[in-house]
Write a protein that binds this ligand. Structure first.
Ligand SMILES: *Cc1c(COP(=O)(O)O)cnc(C)c1O
Length: 356
């Protein structure tokens, strides 16, 4: 057991809450935040809950130049009994440390991080929205703060957690999205940083999203960076295909982000005796299945939307319609199951939820 003391500096004049129907995603922030600094020779010091406010950094802070930045995304949900619960938060802090390792950032104490998060949410508890489908989005992140233009791992870092009440992702019902298969750009390569949750992966994915949007598609389907052949992810979500009764998702090969929603979906499928395979899947296999009528469902998974059904794929000049542009049966079941567990309306046989 580590010993640590989180100091708390509470504010006195609280901000006004945004009405639930005006909450978008990631635009409103709560009254407090968590901050902890890393100082070479001392380790992580001064864990503090303090007023949500701008931070001051040197223009030479290394994060601005060489991109040592990692982050996480998870949510807190208000249950019908008025309790606040988190969904598998231990996995997020474990993954944050995996990302740290890849970017030469010193590891954080995962237990301290989880306790700090719980304490922060307790302080800002009245910011957890209660309207159906709303939640409190949680953004832990670490940046290199040392002012230095030399290229090596920084000697100083900041670990912060900020909270943002977010609106319902599917206000107008779950509408399947149209996805463009990207032919030129790639999101990540094996040996690169694809399996780390790092800012740079997002910067390099923007071009593909922009090109997709120009053609009227809402996201990019990413193929592998070496052979441009195997399916990797959709936008910033993991991807699943249901072909001939079987659910298939790309195996974690080093360039795919190991999603916690992805892992949860696999476990739910197994518990319902629906066959699920983690393996390499060539886009050609998807195309063949579409042509012979066995491509039944396609969906992306991630914390923000939980599940995003795909209604259409465009590959070169070919347009593949999936399930007549409707959400599939298994997609709907997975959505209902996960949301039910997260909001506490369904039993949690997996032990995934943690009350504050
Ligand atoms: C965060 C992320 C996901 C989804 O991970 P979850 O833990 O399910 O939210 C998938 N792909 C990428 C590239 C991501 O950054």
């Amino acid at each position: 057991m580590t010993t640590y003391q989180i100091s708390t500096e509470l504010i006195t004049n609280k901000k006004e809450k945004t009405p639930a129907d005006q909450l978008g995603f990631g635009q409103v922030f709560t009254d407090h935040m968590f901050v902890m600094d890393y100082v070479e020779g001392q380790g992580w010091v001064n864990p503090t809950i303090t007023a949500y406010a701008p931070i001051e950094l040197s223009p030479a802070a290394m994060v601005f130049h060489y991109g040592q930045a990692v982050f996480e995304g998870l949510k807190a949900y208000l249950t019908e009994d008025g309790e606040v619960q988190l969904f598998r938060p231990d996995r997020n802090f474990k993954r944050l440390n995996d990302s740290n390792k890849r970017l030469c950032i010193p590891a954080i104490d995962e237990e301290l991080a989880l306790n700090a998060l719980k304490e922060l949410i307790r302080v800002d508890r009245d910011w957890v929205p209660s309207a159906p489908g709303t939640s409190l989005y949680i953004r832990p992140f670490i940046i290199a703060t040392e002012p230095y233009l030399g290229v090596n791992p920084a000697k100083n870092y900041k670990f912060m957690i900020i909270l943002s009440p977010v609106g319902s992702y599917y206000k107008e019902g779950i509408n399947p999205v149209k996805i463009l298969v990207e032919q030129h750009y790639v999101r990540a390569v094996v040996g690169g940083t694809g399996e780390a949750k790092t800012a740079g992966n997002y910067a390099s994915s923007l071009k593909g999203s922009e090109l997709a949007a120009q053609q009227g598609y809402s996201q990019t389907l990413w193929l592998d960076g070496k052979e441009n052949k195997y399916v990797e992810e959709v936008g910033s979500m993991n991807i699943f295909f249901k072909i001939d009764g079987k659910v298939i998702t790309p195996a974690l090969n080093g360039s795919i982000l190991p999603g916690i929603t992805r892992d949860s979906m696999i476990q739910v499928l197994k518990s319902k005796n629906i066959p699920v395979e983690e393996r390499a899947i060539a886009f050609e296999e998807v195309l063949t299945a579409a042509k012979n009528g066995t491509l039944e469902e396609v969906f992306g998974t991630g914390t923000a939307a939980v599940i995003s059904p795909v209604g259409e794929l465009k590959w070169l000049d070919e347009i593949i319609a999936i399930n007549d542009g409707q959400i599939g049966e298994v997609t709907q079941m997975l959505y209902d199951t996960l949301l039910g567990i997260q909001y506490g309306t369904l039993e949690d046989p997996f032990g995934w939820t943690i009350k504050l």
